[in-house]
Design a protein around this ligand. Sequence first.
Ligand SMILES: NC(=O)c1ccc[n+]([C@@H]2O[C@H](COP(=O)([O-])OP(=O)(O)OC[C@H]3O[C@@H](n4cnc5c(N)ncnc54)[C@H](O)[C@@H]3O)[C@@H](O)[C@H]2O)c1
Length: 259
Amino acid sequence: MSYVEGMFNLNGKVAVVLGGSGVLGGAMAIALGKAGAKVAIVDISTKGAEQHVNVIEEVGGEGLIFKADASSKSDLVKAKDTVLDRWKKVHILLYAPGVNSPTPILEITEEEWDKIITVNLKGLFLACQVFGEQMIAQNEGGSIINISSVSSILPLSKVFTYSISKHGLNGLTRFLAREWAPHRIRVNAIAPGFFPAEQNRRLLTEERKRSIFNHTPMDRYGEPEELAGTVVWLASDQAASFVTGAVIPVDGGFTAMTI
Ligand SMILES: NC(=O)c1ccc[n+]([C@@H]2O[C@H](COP(=O)([O-])OP(=O)(O)OC[C@H]3O[C@@H](n4cnc5c(N)ncnc54)[C@H](O)[C@@H]3O)[C@@H](O)[C@H]2O)c1
C-alpha cells in the first residue's frame, strides 16, 4: 500500500451519511465509498440515493439506503439497527440534512423557525446521541463530520434562522469534540461556501450570484466534488488523528475576503 493509500483509505469502515440523497451529501457519500467505506445513505427522501449507491458499487464498494427523518429519534434508531444488522458497526457519521428560507427576520413565523432549527440542529443532536452512543460502546474511536456553512462564521444576509442553526452546529461540534475525545471520537465540521443545490435553489438569484462572486476570491461557485478531499481527510483516523473540534471552510476564500 502506498503512503497516500495508507493515510487516507477507509477500508473496513462503516459510514452513515444523513442527508446523503442530496447534492452535497451525495457527493460526500460517494467520496467516502470511493475511499473504501461501506456507506449507508439515510434521508427523508430517497430521490437521488440510488444513483449515489450505484456510483459506489461501480468502484467495488457497498451501499445501502434507508428512509428516515433525521429529526425523529425513533427513525434514527431504526436506521442504526439496519446498519448494524448489515455491517455490525458504525465508524463515521456525516450529518448533512439542511433546510433554508430567505424570509425577512420580522416575518419569520414560529413554525418556520421550528422547522429549520429542528432539521438543522435538533436532528444533529439526536443523530450524535444515537450513533455516538454506538461508537462509544464499540470502543474503537470514530469520526463525526457535521456540515456547517460560511453563514456560521459571517452574518450572511437573507438566511437568518439557517445561520443561527449553523452557529449552533459549530457549538455542538466543539462541545462533543471536548466530551468525546476520551473515547477517541473526533468531531469536526465542514463549512462549505456556495454550491448550487436543492435547498438554496430559490436563494441563488442572478443578483445574489453577482454579490457572492464579488465576495469569493475564486470568483465562482464550488462543485460538490470539491468537498471530497476534506471529508475523506476528516474521516480518516490516520490523516486527521489530531484534528477535532475544527470547523474547516471549503469556500473559495469567501471567509478570507473583505473589501
Ligand atoms: N449548497 C450549498 O451552497 C451549501 C453551503 C453551505 C452548507 N450547505 C449545507 O450542506 C448540507 C447539504 O445541503 P445541499 O446544499 O446538498 O442541499 P440538498 O437540498 O441537495 O440536500 C439536503 C438533503 O437533506 C435531506 N433532508 C432534509 N430534511 C431532512 C430530514 N428531516 N431528515 C433527513 N434528511 C433530510 C433532503 O432530503 C436532501 O437530500 C446542508 O446541511 C446545507 O445546509 C450547503
